[in-house]
Design a protein around this ligand. Structure first.
Ligand SMILES: [Cu+2]
Length: 124
């Protein structure tokens, strides 16, 4: 009986670990949409991480990333784009737009204030 229980616990644990590594952290990539001729926008929901965590912006078109933070933790309160010198506090349950410079193509990482959760902006 104890053995069976151990087995069940092991299976559940393995399931949880694979979900943690392969499920939650799957790379989702979303392209910004044109709001008007001169603005592209993409929304990222902040809730236990960033969804989507990778966004694609068109080069040389002014861009805004709109963060909506649903997560109450202080961990995700800040978002940091090191390459752009951006370090902003995200108000909870509100849309917060951050302008991104798209003059340079490349991949730019962003993270929470403690560098625990990560995302990526691709400009191309
Ligand atoms: Cu954090």
């Amino acid at each position: 009986m104890a053995q069976a229980l151990t087995l069940v616990v092991a299976v559940v644990l393995i399931g949880f670990i694979s979900w943690w590594f392969f499920g939650k952290h799957e790379q989702k990539e979303v392209s910004a949409t044109m709001e008007d001729k001169n603005l592209q926008k993409v929304k990222i929901v902040v809730d236990g991480g960033y969804t989507p965590n990778t966004v694609v912006l068109k080069k040389d078109v002014p861009a805004e990333i709109v963060f909506e933070r649903k997560d109450p933790s202080a961990c995700l309160e800040k978002v940091v784009f090191e390459d752009f010198g951006i370090n902003e506090t995200l108000p909870k349950d509100q849309d917060h737009a951050i302008k991104i410079d798209t003059h340079k193509a490349g991949e730019f990482n962003y993270a929470c204030g403690m560098n625990m959760f990560h995302g990526k902006v691709i400009v191309k």
